[in-house]
Design a protein around this ligand. Structure first.
Ligand SMILES: [Zn+2]
Length: 112
């Protein structure tokens, strides 16, 4: 389950950040996970609850922002809503597009 390794990575980053500032607990963590980031949210939440135990994030509130997928077609230049990675252009049907938004995956902020 790759969600677990993702969560472990986040926990490590958050703990390192908090420690740098001299804190030993985190109150709130804000994440940005785009709709096209390839993260299964149900699995992510499950992994989160497993991985945070005994860490600084144990009692932290988790806030997740989910930017929607948006792509620009390389064929006709149209910007369109992409629900799944590699969706074809809704305008001309081309499969070649640049993803403008939705692949974000980052820790936006932590509150200690
Ligand atoms: Zn197009």
């Amino acid at each position: 389950m790759h969600e677990l390794s993702i969560v472990m990575g986040i926990v490590r980053i958050a703990e390192a950040e908090a420690r740098k500032s001299g804190y030993d607990a985190i109150d709130e963590i804000e994440l940005e996970i785009g709709e096209l980031a390839g993260v299964e949210m149900e699995a992510f939440d499950f992994a989160w609850n497993q991985a945070k135990r005994g860490t600084m994030l144990d009692k932290a509130e988790k806030i997740v922002h989910r930017p929607e997928g948006i792509a620009r077609c390389l064929g006709c230049g149209q910007t369109f809503r992409m629900n799944n990675l590699y969706d074809a252009c809704t305008c001309c049907g081309s499969c070649f597009s640049d993803i403008v938004q939705g692949r974000e995956f980052k820790v936006k902020s932590i509150t200690v």
